[in-house]
Structures are given as C-alpha cells and as structure tokens.
Design a protein around this ligand. Structure first.
Ligand code: HEC
Length: 191
C-alpha cells in the first residue's frame, strides 16, 4: 500500500513538472526569465497563410529572389475567422527560403530551397507595452530578444491592413477582415 502511495506521489510530481515546463509547442508565446521569446516549435503544423516571392520594399529589389512563407497557429486563425481580429498571444512566423529555377526537371519559374531563417511576431500586451513585438531566429536559435522598434514594428504599424498583420497579402483572410470591418482598405494604395 505504501509503495503504491509513494509511486502515485512520484507520478503526480512528475506530471506537475511536465505541466509547469515552458511549452513552446502550444502556439502561444513562451519566454525565458529575461523575457526572450522561445523558438516556436512545429510551426509547419500551423495554418499556412501565403507565400511571397522576392517581395521587396525598396525600388531596387533583391538580387536573389527569396520566398517568404507565413504561418499562424490554428487556435488564433479560428478566432480570426469569428471576429476579424487577432486575439492576445497570437504569434506569426515568416519563414525565408531561397529559390532556384534549374533543378531536376524544372526549366522555368521558381521552387523553394534552403531555410535562411525566420521572423516571429507576437501580440502580447502583458509582455510588451506596445503590444506587438518582433524577433529573428536562425534554424537552431533557441530564444531571441525583441528587435528595436525601427527594425520591424514601425513598418508593420504604418503599412499592415489588419492591426499589424499584412492581410492585404493573405488572400484567404482578406474577405474575412472585410466582412468584420477590420480591414484598412487604404493600406492597399500604391506608395
Ligand atoms: C518595410 C516593411 C517591413 C519591415 C521593416 C518588416 N516587415 Fe515583416 N512584413 C512586411 C510585409 C510586406 C509582410 C508580408 C509578407 C508576405 O506576404 O510574404 C510581412 C510579414 C511579416 C510576418 C508575417 C505576419 C504579418 O505580420 O503579416 C512576420 C512574422 C514579420 N513580417 C516579421 C518581421 C520582423 C521580425 C521584422 C524585423 C526584423 C519585420 N517583419 C520587418 C513588411 C515589413
């Protein structure tokens, strides 16, 4: 009997520890004690919003075209479908991949190649007074500090069509935001 009790205590304690451990798999932001964001796990199992190819925000453009693949967790996507708004603790990932034309049977167009790194955006007013924060990760980075405002925040603040998200470039979400009146149409104007 004693043994059983002891065993169940051990199981209980282990289970508790598991639950308390930071879970960067939840699709919600998790932080280190010094407020660095833990790398989100398994974002490839999130909802895919869209890809950009060689998008550039300066007239000259980039020498080498890169793909940007954008993902958002399933739970936040479902909330957005119901309200046209992003709930607190929404995270986004924009993954950058190289592109290639010649390879295997391909002769024209572009296909995606190696990961060049990824950016993460979170909406979390409990951690950031400005609500939105931005981070850069390499493939094996475990945690990252928020970037200065001028690096990321300002452009998203000034040009994104729904809150800080570039929904003008996500064709499946655009009609949802329009339906709920959260879409800033003027953000489609060409600069
Ligand atoms: C000059 C404007 C500009 C700057 C600066 C910028 N972004 Fe973005 N960002 C964009 C655009 C445009 C998109 C849409 C990309 C697409 O459609 O593939 C985007 C998309 C994103 C997304 C996907 C979710 C969303 O908001 O639509 C993330 C995550 C992101 N950026 C992170 C970052 C990070 C991290 C930085 C700073 C290192 C940064 N961005 C700096 C313009 C910018």
């Amino acid at each position: 009997m004693r043994k059983v009790l002891w065993l169940s205590t051990v199981i209980f304690v282990c289970f508790g520890a598991l639950q308390a451990a930071p879970d960067s798999d939840s699709g919600k932001p998790q932080y280190t004690s010094d407020n660095k964001l833990l790398a989100p796990k398994n974002f490839r199992q999130w909802i895919f919003l869209s890809s950009g190819l060689g998008m550039s925000y300066s007239p000259q453009g980039a020498d080498h075209l890169m793909f940007t693949n954008v993902f958002v967790p399933q739970w936040a996507y479902s909330e957005f479908l119901k309200s046209g708004k992003w709930p607190e603790q929404t995270m986004f990932v924009v993954e950058e991949r190289g592109s290639q034309t010649k390879g295997s049977i391909n002769k024209a167009g572009h296909f995606q190649t190696d990961l060049m790194g990824y950016g993460v955006e979170v909406k979390d007013s409990t951690h950031f007074p400005e609500k939105w924060a931005y981070f850069n990760f390499e493939e094996n980075t475990k945690s990252a500090q928020a970037n200065p405002k001028a690096a990321c925040f300002d452009c998203h603040e000034q040009h994104a069509a729904v809150e800080h998200s570039f929904t003008q470039f996500y064709p499946t979400l655009k009609p949802v935001a329009k339906k709920f009146g959260t879409y800033k149409q003027e953000r489609e104007n060409v600069d």
